[in-house]
Design a protein around this ligand. Structure first.
Ligand code: AMP
Length: 191
């Protein structure tokens, strides 16, 4: 299995680029944000608990997301590999993921970060909110909360992979095709 983490703040283009990557490299897109929104849309009790947290820009508890993550991973365990989008989002999740993949005789091959500055992020997320209808994309203070939570809890994950010599980054601004070409250059080198 060939697995890597696509990393970057909300609005950095992880979802858009992941769609291109899975088509080219035959990988499964494991987006924890998408999995949570799917559960939200079912209207289940769990979906309601999720809404109460993520609509305000806060994380769901580790145990909750890990359970959902593991179920999706196992359902797709015969695939060629996964592009992990939105997970791990803190260092505890990163350590949990290393253990889980080790049990499956696999690993995270590398982390690839999309670099975009905060002002550009805010602009992109609010633009996306007009189309997506996502509550957490439509309100400036919620968007700011998400960026703050990211800077506090998720940035340390970068160091986690740097310590394993697995961290790589690419400029996330410019034409999407050009960003994709740069991403492919890195994947082809590291694969
Ligand atoms: P995303 O689509 O990746 O921006 O995720 C949307 C929201 O889902 C985030 O703002 C978090 O509230 C929640 N979420 C997604 N992934 C995780 C995770 N790994 N841990 C905790 N919460 C998460």
């Amino acid at each position: 299995m060939f697995n890597f983490v696509i990393f970057g703040p909300p609005g950095s283009g992880k979802g858009t680029q992941s769609k291109n990557i899975i088509a080219k490299y035959n990988l499964v897109h494991l987006s924890t944000g998408d999995l949570l929104r799917t559960e939200q849309n079912t209207g289940s009790e769990l979906g309601k608990q999720i809404s109460a947290l993520i609509d305000d820009g806060n994380f769901v508890p580790d145990e909750m997301i890990q359970k959902i993550f593991k179920a999706f991973l196992f359902e797709n365990k015969n695939s060629d590999g996964f592009i992990l989008d939105g997970f791990p989002r803190n260092t505890k999740q990163a350590a949990w993921l290393d253990n889980l993949l080790e049990e499956m005789n696999s690993e995270v091959k590398f982390m690839l970060a999309l670099e975009v500055d905060d002002d550009e992020l805010k602009r992109r997320i609010l633009d996306r909110g007009k189309i997506s209808g996502r509550p957490d994309d439509q309100n400036e203070s919620i968007v700011e909360t998400r960026i703050t939570v990211y800077n506090k809890q998720t940035i340390p994950v970068k160091e986690y992979y740097e310590n394993q010599n697995k961290f790589h980054s690419v400029k996330g601004v410019g034409k999407p095709d050009e960003v994709f070409a740069n991403i492919c250059g890195i994947i082809d080198k590291l694969k």
